[in-house]
Design a protein around this ligand. Structure first.
Ligand code: TYM
Length: 345
């Protein structure tokens, strides 16, 4: 399945975004958040901030706390309704780490080492200093997902391999210990599933971009957004046409435009026929500012009342735990753990 599809009643989705930078970026917004907002209309939706994943690489504790709250504010500002969806922080629901251990024990070492994200990140850290946490990251992610028995996991293209591993682990567990977990589908948007760096349109837009101009943050000012789009790398020639191989820069701008406005790429190609790259950039800057500016401003308002945000997250964690605890108990029983008897006086 590549889109959200038509759900059955009571169908569920779950997804998360790491609090690894001062702000989410345009790739997170277009590749995931926009799709989350759509799914919450039709599904019983669970969205969370994977702070346990945030410590798999070296981190600063004060930043982690601050970024966790920032991320929650940006989710809500971007359209997640905490009344409708269950919004929570991963470390507030201990069942995630508990199920992760069980799944780690049914994952092969080679299987974990083959994960692209582990290979990339451990190459960056240096294999010797990369943590075992980084290696077991995908099993924690599988636990995040399987605890909630979701039908779909709305993510960008780069998380496909992790969802595939999650499906394999669910099937393996069910096969060994009996039917326990639903096998979820990745929900990947048809456009915007992979947004590229504005300065290097052959690499994915990410928090670890080599130039700050390659990345648009959801807390950038209107001026910064416009400047970054206007200085985006384009390609030889003048034609505005989607051609990922030969025109990666223009193709990236067209994908962003399409994802933000809902216009299709062929519609945009027709609209810009005979026009210059400069025209496209000026218009794109305008539509991106119109989409992101209000998110930035609303997030700042929400962050002005951290106690209210923390209360919302506590409420979300309590709701999430109800579901997570039930699944964990079933999995523990299936695996053969002796149930803890009630203490006698
Ligand atoms: P993370 O935090 O790297 O990214 C969050 C979401 O944003 C999408 N994304 C992109 N989409 C399009 N273009 C890009 N350049 C781009 N960069 C990021 C990602 O695909 C993702 O959907 N492992 C996950 C977090 C996680 C999770 C989970 C997700 C932990 N547990 C359970 C789903 C379910 C991650 O690091 O995403």
């Amino acid at each position: 399945m590549t889109e959200t599809g038509a759900p059955q009643t009571g169908a569920r989705v779950l997804s998360g975004m790491q609090p690894s930078g001062d702000s989410l970026h345009l790739g997170n917004y277009v590749g995931a958040l926009v799709n989350w907002v759509k799914t919450q209309q039709q599904y019983d939706a669970f969205f969370f901030i994977p702070d346990l994943h945030g410590i798999t690489v070296p981190h600063d504790p004060a930043f982690l706390r601050e970024r966790t709250r920032n991320t929650a504010a940006q989710f809500i500002a971007g359209g997640i309704d905490p009344e409708r969806s269950t919004l929570f922080v991963q470390s507030h629901v201990p069942e995630h780490a508990q199920l992760a251990w069980v799944l780690t024990c049914i994952t092969g070492l080679g299987e974990a080492q083959r994960m692209t994200q582990f290979k990339d990140k451990s190459a960056k850290e240096g294999t010797e200093s990369a943590s075992v946490g980084l290696l077991s990251y995908p099993m924690l992610m599988a636990a995040d997902i399987l605890l909630y028995q979701p039908h779909g996991v709305p993510v960008g293209d780069d998380q496909k391999q992790h969802v595939e591993l999650t499906r394999n682990l669910a099937q393996r567990f069910n096969h060994r210990f009996g039917e326990t977990f639903r096998v979820p589908e990745p929900f990947i948007p048809p456009v915007g599933a992979r947004i590229y760096d504005l300065q290097d349109p052959t690499t994915k837009m990410s928090k670890s971009a080599s130039s700050p101009n390659g990345l648009i943050n959801l807390n950038d000012t209107d001026k910064q957004i416009a400047k970054k789009i206007k200085s985006a790398v384009t390609d030889d020639g003048t034609e505005i046409r989607f051609d990922r191989e030969n025109k990666p820069g223009v193709s990236n701008l067209l994908s962003i435009y399409s994802a933000v406005t809902g216009k299709t790429v062929p519609e945009l190609e027709a609209e810009y026929e005979g026009k210059m790259y400069g025209h496209l950039k000026v218009d794109l800057a305008e539509v991106v500012v119109a989409a992101i500016g209000p998110v930035r401003d609303r997030a700042a308002e929400l962050l002005a009342d951290p106690a209210e945000l923390d209360a919302l997250l506590a409420k979300g964690a309590a709701k999430a735990r109800e579901v997570a605890a039930e699944t964990l108990q079933t999995a523990y029983e299936k695996v053969g753990f002796l149930p803890a008897a009630a203490p006698t006086a």
